[in-house]
Design a protein around this ligand. Structure first.
Ligand SMILES: [Zn+2]
Ligand SMILES: [Zn+2]
Length: 225
């Protein structure tokens, strides 16, 4: 299946139906001048399909993609980082301590062992340590928010594009079994709700156009527990 347009300037270029059944969603965000930032990388097993989707958009994958922002270290999100870094020269961005697990290819923390896969280690170009950081690419501003809970180094990304206010969440909103630290997650979600956004790009099934209500509802469920 080819890529999917999510909103103007945002494309789903990877995911279970698009690239490989184990891949989390991979988004490509394009500036007016067609410079790109990729959010998450998939496992790497569907890399060739992802490349085909990038080419289909008329983007030169060697020249036009500046960064891949890795929402956390799990292999379905970060396993393709090394292919983007070594294969295409894309700079990698991740938050500590997940950035360390990606660099060392930690088989436990990345869940590679659990899935019977091998995590290919990748250098991290931009190693985030703070609660809030900003990344600018060709007039686009990405606000990176440290939102631990699912993993210690999970991040969410807020940006505006063509009038749309967007939040990419990675796996921040998943079930209890898939959350390392529930207290941290509650704080993270409260932090996220200070942002004004409509579109939520999830790591797996959901791409919600009514994102606020979606997160508020999830937070309510957590609070009543
Ligand atoms: Zn995950
Ligand atoms: Zn995931």
């Amino acid at each position: 299946m080819p890529l999917i347009g999510v909103a103007r300037g945002i494309y789903l270029i990877g995911g279970p139906m698009l690239t490989h059944m184990l891949d989390a969603n991979v988004y490509l965000v394009l500036s007016e001048k067609r410079k790109g930032v990729v959010i998450d990388s998939g496992t790497g097993l569907g890399f060739e399909n992802m490349l085909r989707n990038i080419l289909e958009l008329g983007i030169n994958p060697f020249k036009d993609i500046e960064y891949v922002i890795l929402t956390h270290c799990h292999i379905d999100h970060a396993g393709g980082a090394s292919a983007l870094y070594y294969g295409l020269g894309v700079k990698t961005v991740a938050h500590e301590p997940d950035s360390l697990f990606i660099r060392e290819g930690n088989p436990d923390k990345t869940l590679a062992k659990k899935l019977g896969l091998e995590f290919k280690p990748s250098p991290i170009t931009v190693n985030l340590r703070k609660e809030y950081e900003t990344l600018e690419v060709d007039g686009m501003v990405f606000e990176i928010i440290h939102t631990p809970g699912h993993t210690q180094g999970s991040i969410s990304v807020y940006f505006e594009i063509h009038g749309n206010k967007v939040l990419a969440l990675g796996d921040a909103i998943l079930s209890e079994e898939q959350t390392e630290d529930f207290h941290a997650l509650k704080r993270s979600l409260s932090k996220i709700l200070r942002y004004d956004f409509e579109i939520v790009l999830g790591g797996h099934d959901y791409i919600s156009k009514n994102g606020r209500a979606f997160i508020e509802e999830f937070l309510m469920k957590l609070k009543v527990k």
